[in-house]
Ligand binder design. Structure first.
Ligand code: ARG
Length: 442
């Protein structure tokens, strides 16, 4: 029974939140006259001493006392006697745990928000440096059109910016206090839930006591936002894995972000990127896990809900690691600019520019231009050369209207420079966007 019932091995992580909640509850009990000033002072001092014990590693956690709430309360009574036993007046572990988890998630959101911002800052810095570094843009992982490394990195800045927005939305929605719901129906004691809510930085108390102890949707929402963010990180991590592969050779990671092999002396493995990619699995698993715990659970509290914590803690910790590793790799990575440019030239990447030129200069309908370009690509392919190296006569044999002027759009530099539409890859756009982001993040 103890083995399955106890949660102290993992919910001790919430000790700060538990003590914060108890301090607010005790202050309120004094305010409404349930505790004397002396009792409340003793509770405050006792909880402060317990915080010091836990922080210093001298607190003895007991499995027999089940969870963090009973561990702290028992120790408090040890230290201060009867006043400690009065702390739980008008409160249940059900609203206490609901409060602690909420405070924990809110703290986690605030920590992750700063970390995502740091990761974005790193990306923006590198994007600014490489606003003009041409690289291949891919669709289907096949060469598509030239883009710039700066534009590519800023795509992730946009994604991470939305991740921050999702966490902020979650925080705004969850920022209500469940304390005062007691076991499930509220209490007859004249508690002041507006006061505890305000002291703990909530917008107000929850309106329904049953909902307050029974709901974990905020934790699910938090995990969903984490899973989406982790998914973004994993896509970038996968690109780092590909780009550091010598067949791509787009970037190098220094020794601080690569590992060797115990048998192959030449190896440089992107382990950090692989682990960022993999951690998405457990983070996504945590959302699904908690959804499964909550589905079909009748109101209100059920011990099932004790299972909300391990996945929650693990997911937040994994995302914290993933963000730190990603920011580190972004700051560390060294692009091979010449190789990126050469790769951008391959695969007839300026074929779209050629088709656009035929539309603009010869007024061909786009579909016809597409067809003509296809024939020119085939011709270049047969000769084993790139599009810009195709002689004018060969071009004119496919379409007699083509002139010398066409060559000016066939370089990768001309291609990226021409894409000035809103959100396009032109280096001047990228420079402007990087500057705007830098300002926003500062
Ligand atoms: N350890 C429990 C949890 O995490 C605390 C609440 C227990 N409440 C109860 N009535 N047994 O959910």
């Amino acid at each position: 029974m103890t083995a399955i019932n106890a949660s102290i091995s993992f919910d001790r992580k919430m000790w700060r939140q538990d003590i914060r909640g108890s301090l607010a509850h005790a202050a309120m009990l004094k305010h409404v006259g349930i505790l004397t000033a002396e009792e409340e002072a003793a509770i405050r001092d006792g909880l402060a001493a317990i915080a010091t014990e836990i922080e210093g590693g001298t607190f003895t956690f007991s499995e027999a006392l089940e969870d963090i709430h009973m561990n702290v309360e028992a120790r408090l009574t040890d230290r201060i006697g009867d006043a400690g036993k009065r702390l739980h007046t008008g409160r249940s572990r059900n609203d206490q745990v609901a409060l602690d988890v909420r405070l924990w998630v809110r703290d986690a959101i605030d920590g992750l928000d700063g970390q995502i911002a740091d990761c974005m800052t790193a990306l923006v810095e590198r994007a600014g440096e490489h606003a003009g570094s041409v690289m291949p843009g891919f669709t289907h992982l096949q060469p598509a059109q030239p883009t710039t490394l700066g534009h590519h990195l800023l795509a992730y800045v946009e994604m991470l910016g939305r991740d921050r927005g999702r966490l902020a939305d979650c925080r705004a929605r969850m920022n209500e206090s469940p304390l005062g719901a007691a076991a499930l129906c509220g209490t007859g004691f004249p508690i002041d839930t507006h006061m505890t809510a305000a002291v703990l930085g909530f917008d107000g108390p929850m309106r329904n006591s049953l909902d307050a102890v029974a709901s974990r949707d905020y934790a699910i929402e938090f995990l969903a936002a984490c899973a989406i963010c982790a998914t973004h990180l994993s896509r970038f991590a996968e690109e780092i894995v590909l780009w550091t592969n010598p067949y791509f050779g787009f970037i190098k990671l220094s020794d601080s972000f690569s590992t060797g092999s115990s048998i192959m002396p030449q190896k440089r493995n992107p382990d950090a990127a692989e682990l960022v990619r993999a951690k998405t699995g457990r983070i996504t698993g945590a959302v699904v896990g908690l959804l499964m715990v909550m589905k079909g659970l009748p109101l209100t509290y059920g011990k099932d809900m004790q299972e909300d914590k391990e996945g929650l803690f693990d997911a937040a910790e994994s995302l914290t690691l993933g963000l730190a590793a990603t920011a580190g790799m972004v700051r560390d990575l060294k692009p091979d600019v010449a190789r990126l440019r050469d790769a951008a030239r391959a695969g007839f990447s300026t074929a779209t520019d050629l088709a656009d030129w035929l539309v603009r200069e010869l007024h061909l309908p786009f579909r016809d231009a597409h067809h003509v370009t296809g024939r020119l690509v085939k011709e270049a392919e047969t000769r084993g050369i790139d599009l810009p190296d195709l002689p004018l006569e060969a071009m004119q044999a496919v379409h007699p209207g083509i002139t010398d002027a066409v060559y000016s759009v066939l370089t990768v530099e001309a291609s990226v420079a021409s894409r000035t539409s809103h959100g396009g890859t032109a280096p001047e756009n990228v420079r402007r966007m990087a500057a705007a982001w830098r300002e926003r993040l500062a």
